[in-house]
Ligand binder design. Structure first.
Ligand SMILES: [Zn+2]
Length: 78
């Protein structure tokens, strides 16, 4: 949906992109932990209403990784 702008549910190609962040008028579309707030970009299908949220900033992804991925996890499990 983020990459092909096509809804996976109904194949509509009109996807609204709603960026998160106080300066973008959307302060509630966030993930937060501790003092860290990460803004999400929401992709909304304008036909069926299906939504996807993405963390678009790679720095924020790294923060989430540091917080939630324990060292060693992700290895050794298939
Ligand atoms: Zn749809």
């Amino acid at each position: 949906m983020k990459y092909n702008y096509c809804c996976p549910k109904c194949q509509n190609s009109e996807i609204a992109i709603i960026e998160g962040g106080a300066f973008k008028g959307n302060i509630y579309n966030t993930v937060s932990f501790g003092l860290t707030t990460i803004y999400l970009t929401r992709y909304v299908c304008t036909n069926c209403g299906f939504c996807e949220n993405y963390v678009d900033d790679v720095n924020d992804l790294q923060k989430i990784k540091n917080k939630y991925i324990k060292p060693g996890s992700g290895d050794g499990f298939v």
